[in-house]
Design a binder for this molecule. Structure first.
Ligand SMILES: Cc1cc2nc3c(=O)[nH]c(=O)nc-3n(C[C@H](O)[C@H](O)[C@H](O)COP(=O)(O)OP(=O)(O)OC[C@H]3O[C@@H](n4cnc5c(N)ncnc54)[C@H](O)[C@@H]3O)c2cc1C
Length: 396
């Protein structure tokens, strides 16, 4: 009864975002991110989207402020943030630009982190301080033109030679490709071996035989460059192997487990932005069906944040976080799309105008990609389902 009363007589408060920033919003890095984005992202956002390009100068400035070293430990010149802090910053960045947030997620979670986890001390000292200072950007090369979810079947080959390794093949849909100074390239010594045949090689920009080919013209997160990479008798030195020979598949899978927390946080930021934009742009006075739609969006944002924070907390505690990361990524990426899509309906025609004052059209396009990258929704369902029911009878 009290609830019904409250609903009937609820205050006609000014439109604001009840979902608000996360509890970690007090972290100074979140406030710093908000200020940085207000100056360096907001005014340029439309142009980045239209031209499908984020200028390198943005990343230099971003790096100078320390954002590209958030999760790199202090001993390698990073900021040494916990995952819980990192996801709060990522949420904030993604509310401003899903493209910039995705590029940072790749740079830190699936490039720097595997180097930290699997690299020799020499590799760590070579790459991590430069990545943390924003001088070098990292990329993650697993997907191939004909290999996606089933990455055990990758075909890019490497052979051992006198003083290192030679790679032949290609990678597709690689984020940060043109800008990256170092790419983690997953290749097999014999495709018939499956996962045990796969190794991870660090390939530097400018290595003979290594080139970036076509740039892909994407639906969303435009400005985050995504390209095909070619390897034609590309020779790298003996110190280029990350981990031991044959560790590649494990490296890729552990990198993606952690990476999913970052992509989930990015999804949360886009979800929150779509929610806030709907509240800001919907025609006034609102009707009850619009109130109901906004209520559902609010719950989606809150639930996404709870799942993202749980996965981050488990990781910070050194506990098994893989299932929680899949759950967070699965839910938050779909929530972002759901909210942006519903927001377009709730706001109506104004939201379809690329040049109009409402950002929902762009958020809708940006949100779509999140349920594909770093493992599709169906793959998260498989991972989670196998953890819940066991693998007995599973096909692979
Ligand atoms: C914008 C963007 C950026 C990207 N950046 C990178 C990057 O930096 N590095 C990188 O390596 N890759 C990157 N990717 C590639 C991405 O990781 C793959 O697209 C993803 O892994 C899915 O592979 P696929 O697109 O080949 O789809 P497929 O694997 O061919 O899947 C097609 C469909 O089938 C479903 N499916 C596949 N297998 C199963 C199964 N066993 N059970 C049920 N359903 C299944 C999938 O869920 C999907 O719906 C990027 C992709 C995009 C779009």
């Amino acid at each position: 009864m009290a609830m019904q009363e409250a609903l009937r007589s609820g205050p006609a408060s000014p439109p604001q975002a009840p979902a608000g920033p996360s509890p970690e919003a007090e972290d100074p890095w979140v406030e710093r991110a908000r200020r940085f984005c207000a100056t360096h992202v907001g005014p340029q956002l439309r142009q980045w989207d239209r031209e499908d390009r984020i200028p390198e100068s943005f990343f230099r400035a971003f790096g100078k402020e320390g954002f590209l070293g958030l999760t790199v430990p202090r001993e390698y010149e990073g900021q040494g943030l916990t995952t819980s802090q990192f996801v709060a910053v990522m949420e904030e960045l993604a509310t401003s630009s899903g493209a910039a947030a995705t590029m940072m997620a790749v740079d830190l979670s699936v490039a720097a982190q595997p180097i930290l986890q699997w690299g020799s001390e020499e590799q760590r000292r070579t790459y991590l301080p430069r990545i943390a200072r924003g001088e070098w950007v990292g990329a993650f090369g697993l997907t191939e033109p004909s290999v996606g979810s089933d990455s055990q079947r990758l075909t890019t080959r490497y052979v051992r030679d006198q003083d290192g390794w030679t790679i032949d093949g290609s990678k597709m849909f690689i984020t940060n490709a043109a800008m990256a100074e170092v790419v983690l390239v997953f290749a097999t010594r014999d495709a018939s071996l499956g996962a045990p045949g796969i190794s991870c090689l660090l390939v530097r920009k400018g290595t003979p035989g290594f080139s970036a080919a076509q740039r892909l013209d994407k639906l969303g997160i435009r400005g985050s460059e995504t390209m095909e990479l070619l390897f034609e008798h590309c020779h790298v030195g003996a110190g280029s192997m990350l981990g031991r020979e044959g560790d590649g598949f494990k490296i890729a899978m552990t990198a993606l487990e952690g990476g999913r927390i970052g992509i989930a946080a990015c999804s949360l930021g886009i979800a929150r932005a779509a929610f806030e934009e709907t509240v800001r742009c919907l025609p006034r006075p609102a009707e009850d069906w619009q109130r109901s739609a906004v209520a559902r969006m609010f719950v989606d944002v809150e639930a996404s944040r709870a799942l993202v924070q749980k996965a981050a907390r488990l990781r910070d505690q050194g506990a098994d976080f893989a299932g929680a990361a899949s759950a967070a990524k699965l839910f938050a990426s779909q929530a972002a799309f759901r909210i942006a899509s519903r927001g377009l309906e709730v706001v109506g025609r104004e939201a379809f105008d690329k040049d109009g004052p409402c950002r929902l059209e762009q958020l809708f396009r940006d949100s779509r990609v999140l349920s594909i990258v770093e493992g599709t929704t169906e793959i998260q369902e498989l991972i989670l389902g196998r953890r819940l029911l066991g693998r007995e009878g599973a096909r692979s």
